[in-house]
Design a protein around this ligand. Sequence first.
Ligand code: F6R
Ligand code: MG
Ligand code: MG
Length: 364
Amino acid sequence: MSITLSVIKADVGGYIGHSESHPDVLAKARECLAKTKKEGLLVDYHVTKCGDDLQLIMTHQQGEDNEKIHKLAWDTFVDCTQVARSLKLHGVGQDLLSDAFTGTIKGLGPGVAEMEFEERVAETIIIFMADKTSAGAWNMPLYKMFADPFNTIGLVIADNMHTGFSFEVHDVKEGKKITFNAPDEIYDMLVFIGAPSRYMVKAVYHRETKEIAAVSSTQRLSLMAGRYVGKDDPVCIVRSQGQFPAVGEVLEPFTLPLLVEGWMRGSHHGPLMPVAIEDSTPTRFDGPPRAVAVGFQLCDGKLVGPRDMFADKSFDPARHQANEIADFMRRHGPFEPHRLPLEEMEYTTMPQVMKKLEGRFTSL
Ligand code: F6R
Ligand code: MG
Ligand code: MG
């Protein structure tokens, strides 16, 4: 059975500030998707949140980039924005950059990750969602899952994974893409994906079967809008077990609270802390950035689950370490590398300050 899994997300208003999603907004989204499921367009859905981001997880048989599905997501975000407006939440409609839907939700602000596949006998899916960070945050975890034998022992000892995976990498500044084969080309690939603000892993494929293994959202809101509009807060879908990494191999990269861009005013480096859904409440200096993971088994497109994967106690040390790193980074205040390089900051006063001081700069 061919199934499409679409994860479409947007920040339509935060509560309190940018730290959480209001229950009424989530309830409205559930109401919209329940109606569509009844009408038959959706096979199933799950509405959840990561911090201030509203997450629509949907299964259907319309394929990727489908206008009806994208319009459903857009209309749902618009309805939820009304709820946010009625409560005077913060940043109402923040990620909706367009006044109207124009055939696809891509380029309009919300983040999108979609994959179509033949459902396996047992189809294990993990969906990652992050808040207060940008799309390149998945580069290192995806590399570890699908190319690093120190993370994924299956690459070494499982027959059905031993030929490796290929990575589709996007240059979001130039609007170009390239595919690298792992393990043969990992040194070339790392030149690019080690610079995650520009080069992002969009998708991963099983090299032998060509099956889709993972897909991420690579939208960069600031590039779309040409100005600060909030961090991208990306999502990522990963298929697991069998010819793909096991659940434990998929989650293992997050035992390292890797440094990502985002946090306060989208202008800082900070540790990505893996947390349970209910703990995706970035509060300390609007952070530190959070990642959540929900797991499902698909059953003829029905979402059996979710299981809140980072709720597990074995991620306690990573959380502890993330908080220690957060303290350490915070002590740098407005200095790099805590503060992002000038060209990467989402907020800046540089043009005005520079203009004001123009006449005071003299040659050395
Ligand atoms: C970062 C983020 C927050 C806001 C900050 C200021 O992605 O969402 O750190 O940038 O709270 O928000 P505004 O400008 O909306 O008052
Ligand atoms: Mg927000
Ligand atoms: Mg957010």
